[in-house]
Design a protein around this ligand. Structure first.
Ligand SMILES: Cc1cc2nc3c(=O)[nH]c(=O)nc-3n(C[C@H](O)[C@H](O)[C@H](O)COP(=O)(O)OP(=O)(O)OC[C@H]3O[C@@H](n4cnc5c(N)ncnc54)[C@H](O)[C@@H]3O)c2cc1C
Length: 370
């Protein structure tokens, strides 16, 4: 259920192993996965105290190159993996201290992170503003063109004979102890295994075990899509910056497109784009990379990140036999997709997820009676 990056990648992984898959989604490939920036950035997304998530992210990033090749070998589209690396830069002295404070964590994790002072960071990315006070080069934080990725996955799955049914699932069917299929408003579909990959949205789906207490919330992200026509003004690196305490990123595509994001807002289900968000994203982006002022605005969009109560993913079996959860990608769903998919394949085939996914078990939310 759900044809975002998690559902499509899980279907892809299952099909590679010879399983028969049907996907249900009223708007395939149009959820958060379509709006995302596509960063595969385990290092610059890492935060202190998130050891299990960092381990999962690093494992996912390690799998990405082979994963991208595997999709491309079966698709007529490229996924647009760009291995140019990321610069995490700072504008004022406080921002510089914040950026530098991440270095010990990166070093502890054994990641390749090099500090460059102001002048030398502009030598590797000349489009950075003169005011940039230095930054960390993260060569292993790369990016994928998420829209191309979704098209490639859909293409491979269609060629493999997977049907993508454009209908909303309204119920998970069971005989009381195990799953028997799913229902939409127009049909019932028999299945021995059902995988829930519906992003933030569990509303209106009957039959999900209530005592599993899986509560999802949408975390709104406003994001700009720009086009830099002049090739001399195109960034080589993805640039992440701390500007007066707020974070911003600029992710260039080879086509000249640049993604500038993103807000992180607790607003429930809201798709409105606001003047204030556009202003602050553009102001900070232009402060860091002045040439952005010349770029054309192609789009200003909203995506709803799927977040659990503790903001970490839920990967594993539900209390209803045959029903599994692959939810809660939050800010990292594109990055995590290959490893989440492999964990679900292992669950389907061997009855348990691998150790790396144990911290993300649905058990942590489950209410036990008696
Ligand atoms: C602005 C922004 C920037 C981001 N940048 C990055 C990034 O750089 N790197 C990164 O790794 N992550 C990023 N993310 C996070 C990432 O986009 C998400 O974690 C990821 O897309 C979640 O994928 P998903 O498949 O779980 O959900 P979605 O992509 O939201 O897909 C869920 C699908 O389920 C379908 N669905 C819902 N209900 C039903 C139902 N009842 N029946 C059938 N289908 C249903 C929906 O139609 C939808 O297509 C970003 C997110 C946002 C908003």
């Amino acid at each position: 259920m759900g044809a975002g990056v998690i559902g499509l990648t899980t279907a892809f992984a299952l099909v590679q192993r010879g399983h028969s898959v049907t996907i249900f989604d009223p708007f395939p490939g149009r959820g958060a996965s379509f709006v995302a920036a596509g960063m595969i950035a385990p290092m610059t997304e890492a935060s202190h105290g998130e050891d299990s998530l960092i381990a999962l992210s690093l494992e996912a990033a390690r799998r990405w190159p082979a994963h991208a090749e595997s999709i491309e070998s079966q698709s007529s589209y490229r996924v647009g993996l760009n291995r140019a690396g990321t610069l995490l830069v700072a504008l004022d002295a406080n921002d510089r201290a914040e950026v530098r404070s991440m270095l010990p964590l990166y070093e502890t994790l054994g990641l390749s992170a090099t500090w460059h002072a102001g002048g030398s960071v502009r030598e590797i990315e000349p489009l950075l503003a003169a005011g940039v006070r230095g930054g960390i080069e993260a060569p292993d934080d790369i990016q994928v063109d998420n829209r191309r990725l979704l098209s490639s996955l859909a293409d491979v799955l269609t060629r493999a004979g997977v049907s993508i049914v454009r209908e909303r699932v309204v119920a998970v069917l069971s005989n009381g102890t195990r799953v028997t299929g799913v229902a939409t408003t127009s049909q019932r579909h028999v299945a021995s295994t059902v995988i829930l990959c519906t992003g933030y949205d569990l509303a209106g789906i009957e039959g999900i075990p209530v005592h599993d207490e899986i509560v999802m919330r949408p975390v709104k992200g406003q994001i700009l899509r720009l086009f830099q026509g002049d090739p001399r003004l195109r960034l080589r690196y993805s640039v992440r910056a701390i500007v007066a305490g707020s974070s911003i990123y600029l992710v260039p595509r080879s086509s000249g497109k640049v993604v500038v994001g993103a807000t992180v807002e607790e607003q429930g289900v809201s798709y409105s784009t606001t003047a204030g968000a556009a202003y602050s994203l553009l102001r900070d982006a232009i402060n860091v990379v002045p040439a952005i002022a010349e770029a054309e605005i192609e789009g200003f969009e909203v995506g709803l990140r799927p977040a659990t109560r503790d903001n970490e993913p839920v990967i594993g079996a539900s209390s209803l036999e045959g029903l599994s959860y692959a939810l809660g990608g939050y800010r990292h769903g594109v990055l995590l997709s290959p490893v989440v998919a492999d964990c679900i394949v292992e669950l389907v085939e061997l009855g348990a997820v691998p150790e790396i996914a144990w911290p993300f078990s649905p058990e942590r939310f489950r209410v036990h009676h008696g």
